[in-house]
Design a protein around this ligand. Structure first.
Ligand SMILES: CC(C)(COP(=O)(O)OP(=O)(O)OC[C@H]1O[C@@H](n2cnc3c(N)ncnc32)[C@H](O)[C@@H]1OP(=O)(O)O)[C@@H](O)C(=O)NCCC(=O)NCCS
Length: 328
């Protein structure tokens, strides 16, 4: 893997970002491993042991914007913030309702925000990229920012392809951030996925005159190798940047793609699994919504105390990877 670290800090100055509210939305409908047994040649035992996933939420009627708006409203309520005070709305997604209007425009309109809004696509690392963008934005415009990761991935999954359809789910997670000290470090990397290991073709994508499938296509083993290499590196790098010892970090909130990726990362970091927040068994992989959904669950369970150190760590298509070190 190419070492292409990009520091967030300009001349050593720490960007200001503190999370003051979280929210999430998961559709009511569940697709269990037993349901999948009736759809493709698979088993609960295979899915559980290879991925850690038991069930995932499925959006049918709900568009991505519906999930994003609900998560945003919950985060604003948690922060007790009037949306008119926002300086920006950033949505991270690979599954907007439409390419244009983009997702953040729907959210900003629905919540009554009076500020700029835009989407960010860095695949499953998108939410952490969004936090960095929020911190950068707040350094120029010191007003609260809403960052939302929202995905309707199951509409891009081929439910006849057992190698991908068991992995993904739908949902949204959101945070309200203010320009106060709270982010001690942030690392973002991107390197080209030259072999096309994780691809969601655009609609009407053509090659040699043929209309190609727009379903998600993945080389699971290549992505697995990238993830298990990059995740521990990103965690270590951001702890080093923030000048903290990993033993002092209360929680690592990893992208929920596969429990084996999280367990391998824990082993490589020589950290016990109880430091990693895991909800993959109930949500599956929700791409850029994964980290904020997990963060909201952790927060709402009352498991993070003021002053705790928390590392968010994600990886995804592109390829991308990202980590952020937060003082809660
Ligand atoms: C997808 C993933 C779970 C597959 O696990 P794996 O241990 O690598 O499994 P393999 O791809 O080697 O497949 C092993 C066997 O299981 C089979 N298999 C694949 N999916 C199956 C399923 N749902 N049920 C039963 N068998 C399945 C394969 O066909 C293969 O059979 P074979 O040995 O007869 O050829 C794993 O590679 C992974 O998690 N990769 C990362 C994916 C990811 O995180 N993507 C998102 C990134 S943001």
């Amino acid at each position: 893997m190419q070492e292409s670290w990009h520091s967030t800090f300009n001349g050593g100055e720490v960007m200001k970002l503190k999370i003051v509210g979280t929210g999430s939305y998961l559709p009511d409908e569940l697709l269990t491993n037993e349901d999948l047994e009736g759809m493709v040649e698979t088993s609960d035992e295979w899915i559980t042991t290879r991925t850690g996933i038991k069930e995932r939420h499925i959006a049918h009627e709900e568009r991505t914007s519906h999930m994003a708006i609900e998560a945003a409203r919950r985060a604003l309520a948690d922060a007790k913030l009037d949306p008119k005070e926002l300086g920006a709305v950033f949505c991270t997604t690979v599954t907007p309702d439409e390419i244009c209007p983009f997702l953040a425009a729907y959210v900003a309109g629905a919540i009554g925000a009076e500020c700029m809004a835009m989407d960010i696509n860095a695949a499953c690392s998108g939410f952490v990229y969004g936090l960095w963008t929020a911190a950068a934005h707040m350094s120029l415009c010191p007003k609260p920012v809403l960052v939302i990761g929202a995905e309707h991935l199951t509409r891009l999954v081929d439910f006849t392809d057992r190698s991908t359809c068991v992995l993904f789910g739908d949902g949204a997670g959101a945070v309200v951030a203010v320009p106060e000290e709270g982010m001690l470090g942030c690392k973002l990397i991107c390197e080209e996925d030259k072999d096309g290991s994780l691809v969601i073709p655009g609609v009407n994508h053509q090659m040699d005159g043929q209309l190609l499938s727009s379903y998600l296509q993945m080389n699971g083993q290549a992505v697995y190798r990238f993830a298990t290499t990059v995740m521990p590196k990103m965690v270590q790098a951001v702890a080093k940047e923030g000048g903290v010892d990993l033993d002092d970090v209360r929680w690592i909130v990893p992208h929920q793609a596969n429990i084996r990726i999280i367990e391998t990362s824990a082993r490589r970091l020589k950290l016990p699994m109880d430091r990693f927040f895991v909800n993959i068994q109930h949500v599956g992989n929700t791409s850029s919504a994964s980290v904020p959904i997990a963060l909201d669950a952790l927060n709402k369970k009352g498991l993070i105390e003021s002053g705790d150190l928390v590392i968010l760590a994600a990886f995804g298509g592109g390829f991308t990877a990202a980590s952020a070190l937060l003082r809660w």
